[in-house]
Design a protein around this ligand. Structure first.
Ligand code: DGL
Length: 357
């Protein structure tokens, strides 16, 4: 069996790179849920639902051990999946996160005892780092700070742009304003090492910057040594397979740059993307709002588009497609065209005639 590595998008590649450097003999499957990134601004329910689907997809591909190379998933979904889902799915399978190994590696690292943790809004709101650190190093003063723009910059291949300089300065200043005695900054999101040169340039040599790749790789090596029953099942041909929920060509071009080697990913469609289970994720109060909009605009393109969204959300695909088509018939420039394209993209089903009625 290969080892599964999961992230919401490209960020986990910073972990995979180090894991492969440390443990090159193992087989890996990397899954990036790029189509639904970023996770960091999403609710607990969605991060949990998305992550569980990704874990199941990796299990189906033979992975008995899955690493969440994603702090947001580690903060919001790891414990529920370990405690509630694994016993039902298969108690012999394992999922491991990145927060605990990172925190364990911080002992004695700071001279001032003041540490800053940068993360997504989801990770910061969960206070997972502060809670873990409280257990292992209660004397340390920890300041968590959210950097909501850094993941979109990386996912959109803007990590080297001047826009990234602006947001690096913005968040580092914000963190140091909260605690000027910080001498160690933990990059508590696996996307952030893609910005590490800019971060280092901005803070100078005196500040320690901790990226998680090496730490997680070392902790996985240690885990496999302590669990020979799992290690034995791991295949060791040095292979790697990439899966993405996005268009694979887009993934290949960005991921190849990060990994500095040619990558050929395959598309994976996760259940929620086919929207069969969207009903569970549609807030109950949304339906009456959609209905009242439809009642106000019974015959215009926007009314039909909203009707399509409602039908789609209820899993009634063909009605939704008919609604989008009606909207496009009324207004050839209707935004429904985009909805229809997305629909088809999601279903992995293209029909150009339908798109141009
Ligand atoms: N790279 C992930 C993390 O470590 C999540 C980023 C996101 O999708 O917001 O938190």
């Amino acid at each position: 069996m290969p080892i599964g590595i999961f992230d919401s998008g490209y960020g986990g590649l910073t972990i995979l790179r180090e894991i492969r450097r440390r443990l090159p003999q193992y087989d890996y499957v990397y899954l990036g849920d790029n189509a639904r990134a970023p996770y960091g601004t999403r609710s607990f329910e969605l991060v949990y639902g998305f992550t569980l689907e990704a874990v199941k997809a990796l299990f189906e591909r033979g992975c008995n051990l899955v690493i969440f190379a994603c702090n947001t998933a580690s903060a919001k979904a790891l414990r529920s999946i370990q405690q509630n889902d694994l016993p039902q799915i298969d108690p012999s399978r394992r999922v491991l996160g990145v927060i605990r190994p990172t925190v364990e590696s911080l002992a004695g690292i700071s001279k001032t005892g003041h540490i800053g943790v940068l993360g997504t809004p989801g990770t910061v709101a969960s206070h997972s780092y502060a809670l873990e650190l409280e257990k292992s190093a209660p004397d340390m003063k920890i300041t968590e700070y959210a950097c909501p723009m850094w993941v979109p910059l990386v996912e959109n291949n803007e990590a080297a742009s001047p826009g990234a300089d602006y947001f690096v300065a913005e968040y580092i200043d914000g963190l140091l304003e909260k605690d000027p005695e910080i001498d160690t900054i933990v990059l508590g999101c696996t996307h952030f090492p893609m910005l590490i040169d800019k971060i280092r340039n901005y803070v100078g040599d005196k500040m320690k910057i901790i990226a998680q790749g090496g730490i997680v790789a070392e902790s996985l090596a240690d885990y496999l040594m302590r669990h020979p029953e799992i290690d034995e099942k791991c295949e060791k041909n040095g292979s790697i397979q990439y899966l993405t929920t996005e268009n694979p060509e887009k993934f290949n071009s960005i991921a190849s740059m990060f990994m500095q080697e040619d990558i050929e990913a395959s598309r994976v469609i996760l259940p929620i993307q086919s929207l069969d289970t969207i009903r569970e994720f549609m807030p109950a109060e949304a339906l009456p709002l959609l209905d009242s909009y439809i009642a106000l605009h019974p015959n215009d393109d926007e009314g039909y588009r909203i009707r399509g969204i409602k039908h789609w959300a209820l899993g009634q695909r063909s009605s939704a497609i008919n609604d989008y088509l009606a909207a496009i018939r009324i207004n050839p420039d209707s935004k429904a065209k985009m909805a229809l394209r997305t629909t088809y993209d999601i279903l992995n089903y293209y029909n150009k005639d339908l798109l141009n009625p």
